[in-house]
Design a protein around this ligand. Sequence first.
Ligand code: CA
Length: 217
Amino acid sequence: MIKILIVEDEKPIANLIDWNLTGCGYHCECVYDGREAADRIEENEYDLILLDIMLPGVDGFELMEQIRPTRTPVIFITARGAVEDRVKGLRAGADDYLVKPFEIVELTARVESVLRRAGKTQERYEIGDVVIEPRSMTVTKGGEPVTLTYKEYELLLLFLRNRGIALYRETIYQRVWGGEMDPDTRTLDLHVQRLRKKLGWQKQLVSIYKVGYRLEG
Ligand code: CA
């Protein structure tokens, strides 16, 4: 299981990240101050560290000095969106940068992409009798292969990476098709219907009235 350390002194934010990433199938640990983070990093190995910059005790840049030799991928999380900080963060060796406040889909997409670049992608998702293996891009139901179009597959991955999270129609559309969604288009709904049918997910892919969709399970 992919192990993620969340270093963030604002507990509600740390817990929100924890809750969402745990729902996506990652193993998460939270620490709320820099010194404790330094100890954890010393004693454990992580696949990814989400690192706040402004922290009591030891700040994110100092922690980065400690993390760098371990080659653990890092995503900086900070409220400061200033260009200097961004540049400094990336120079310090962070793999990506997330500015608070951020949308959860933004977080999960960045986590997934940094893990993918580090060769640490989630190998397998399982919901009921449906198994998805992103490395080989295979989907099976009850052991039988399911054929999906590329867009159906992209949509499926977006739902898997955001399990239990309500996704706005506009957000889904932007992520999968790119660009603004024409309010009259039925493209998204038709793709969801086809996924439901192909995977037997009538109950799992929940429509949320006036919002969008959520994958449960
Ligand atoms: Ca902070």
